[in-house]
Design a protein around this ligand. Structure first.
Ligand code: SAM
Length: 561
């Protein structure tokens, strides 16, 4: 049995305080369109929290999962009520440091699945969440504040496991840490990250985070933050910060490394297994470093790399030309300025990692060709391929996700390549079964673990599970089979991922070739620099070796008969 919830409906749930996370997860897993609306409030050890439905469609809410909460200890308002427009004008609180307040709320939303850690810049509606969560207004953020939010949020997400290890070691017992309310934990993570990793002036960090906790929660929360951060400072000043011991069995060593370098244990074990301990540590260091971004000059709009460099110089954005791709420029800092000055909005350039550009080099698109991009959205590679066609030929961009496909289409218009792009909203497997289309070139940029892009996608490491990899492998095989049906005799099939995991890459290609003897490997050495070519003739960019995102591509040729 189900009842229905509308957009913006709120559901309130009261549970024993210590079980907050468990109850919340039990509800959110089967109901992904809900997210935590407000920090839970605590009264007599009962925590009441609100979940908001963010789906625009009516969402069925299953009574089975509701009954999860119907134990003797907890109560649930099994009634939705429409959220009233919030007409309250929140009062300005000028005591609270605005970038810390915004960072804490953004961190909270990332953990609840309502925001992404790789968000650059500022979204107009973000202050609404901040005010609702904190119950007051904070001062306007200037450019420096916005940069700090990006840095603190990215860092606190990357270092989450290590920060929690330190915070846990400073709590009087494990229960105190486990039962901590979410906003309080985020404030502590910010404080610990600022002291330990950013080495910011420590007493200011303590004062500012205590003020935030007092105002956003209650005076007792401020005292708690004060106690934890002061203990941490004292340990740091005496060089006594706890360090996980890397000793014992392979498993315990992997656990300690996972804490020290802040990654999930299963990932560390897998990388030690595939690449060895030293390479795994180098990879984790890369993932924890501040990401740099690359811009691709849009030749279709007549913009050369020299033009782009001139614009970046005028804007005083530090940059370096790419060593591997003629149209690309690396930008270490200052992406905020690039966004604000409209370079992306005007379609003059696009944010694209060189590793993604090199995958397009492996496809080698030429004017007049028909190209199918099987998993095309949000469109980085499809748009770059389209720019090579110079108005002749076509790129058929297929994707199962309508919203992301719309993003691709809007970008195609901005970048002036919409004349050669056609979008198709479909499951590739159905499309291949129902269409007799045969293209010159087919790119399958498959859904993957994304383990090659963890420096840019800071929260991804915490969202991936080992089981996901197994499921992805099956999907990748199915999509490869489907993509192969769209290649003409003598045509090219490129399989790519943004993963460095051999099981998603070379192993998938080997399994495909066993099922499809009509395809053979065409080595990629004619298309990318030798340094990126593996022994089997595949393309592989390695974050540690090339200082780029990790990605993989295999070029396969269909026989003529
Ligand atoms: C790695 S992303 C593609 C990135 C894209 N090529 C780019 O350069 O921006 C994988 C895409 O596969 C799409 N996808 C997943 N399963 C699919 C399916 N069965 N059929 C078509 N697209 C699918 C996802 O929606 C996602 O947009």
């Amino acid at each position: 049995m189900a009842f229905y919830s509308n957009f913006n409906s709120l559901l309130s749930i009261s549970v024993p305080y210590s079980g907050f996370s468990l109850y919340k997860e039990s509800f959110l897993t089967p109901h992904p369109t809900f997210s935590l609306y407000k920090t839970p409030f605590l009264c007599n050890s009962i925590s009441t929290f609100y979940l908001r439905n963010i789906s625009v469609d009516k969402t069925p809410v299953l009574c089975n999962s509701l009954s999860l909460f119907n134990t003797s200890k907890c109560s649930l308002k099994e009634r939705f009520y429409k959220q009233k427009p919030d007409k309250r004008a929140y009062e300005l609180n000028s005591e609270v440091s605005p970038h810390r307040a915004v960072s804490a709320v953004r961190l909270l939303r990332i953990e609840e699945g309502g925001a992404f850690a790789d968000q650059l810049g500022w979204r107009e509606n973000e202050m609404v969440y901040v005010e609702r969560t904190l119950g007051f207004r904070v001062r306007e953020l200037d450019d420096r504040n916005i940069r700090l939010v990006t840095e603190i949020v990215g860092g606190a997400v990357r270092w989450r496991r290590y920060l929690d290890f330190l915070i846990g070691s400073l709590c009087s017992n494990a229960e105190t840490f486990r039962g901590m309310e979410p906003l309080l934990l985020q404030i502590l993570r910010i404080g610990v990250y600022e002291i330990v990793k950013l080495e910011m002036p420590p007493y200011a960090v303590v004062d500012e985070n205590v003020t935030l906790a007092k105002n956003a929660l209650r005076p007792g929360a401020g005292n708690f933050v004060n106690a934890i951060l002061r203990k941490l400072l004292s340990q740091k000043e005496r060089n006594l910060l706890p360090v996980p011991e890397i000793e014992g069995t392979e498993r315990t060593q992997a656990r300690a490394l996972a804490t020290l370098y802040s990654h999930p244990v299963w990932m560390v074990r897998r990388w030690i297994n595939h690449f060895g301990k030293e390479e795994a540590v180098r990879l984790m260091n890369w993932n924890n470093s501040e990401p740099s971004f690359s811009l691709r000059a849009n030749g279709r709009k007549g913009i050369t790399r020299t033009d782009l460099v001139l614009r970046l110089e005028t804007l005083k954005v530090p940059h370096e030309p790419s060593l591997h791709m003629d149209d690309f420029v690396q930008v270490k800092t200052g992406m905020q300025i690039v966004i604000q000055k409209g370079l992306l909005k005007d379609g003059l350039c696009a944010v694209q990692d060189e590793s993604a550009g090199l995958v397009v080099s492996v496809v080698d698109p030429k004017p007049g060709e028909s190209i199918v991009d099987c998993c095309a959205a949000p469109g980085g590679k499809a748009l770059f391929m389209a720019s090579y066609l110079q108005g002749q030929g076509k790129v058929i961009a297929i994707d199962i996700n309508k919203g992301r496909l719309q993003v691709l289409w809007e970008a195609a218009k901005l970048q002036d390549v919409d004349d050669v792009i056609r979008t198709v909203h479909a499951d590739l497997r159905d499309f291949a079964a129902e269409n007799s289309l045969k293209a010159d070139k087919v790119l399958l940029d498959a859904p993957c673990s994304g383990l090659g892009v963890l420096s840019k996608r800071a929260d991804l490491r915490w969202n991936r599970r080992l089981e996901d990899l197994e499921q992805l492998k099956d999907l990748q095989d199915e999509l490869l089979d489907a993509a192969s049906m769209l290649v003409r005799p003598g045509g090219v099939l490129v399989y790519s991922t943004c993963s460095i995991d051999p099981e998603e890459n070379a192993d998938r290609v080997a399994a495909f070739l066993l099922r499809h003897p009509e395809f053979t490997v065409s080595p990629v050495d004619k298309f990318v620099p030798n340094d990126f070519v593996t022994e089997e003739g595949f393309f592989l960019s390695n974050p540690v070796r090339h200082s780029l995102d990790g990605s993989f591509a295999a070029r396969l040729i269909h026989s003529f008969n």
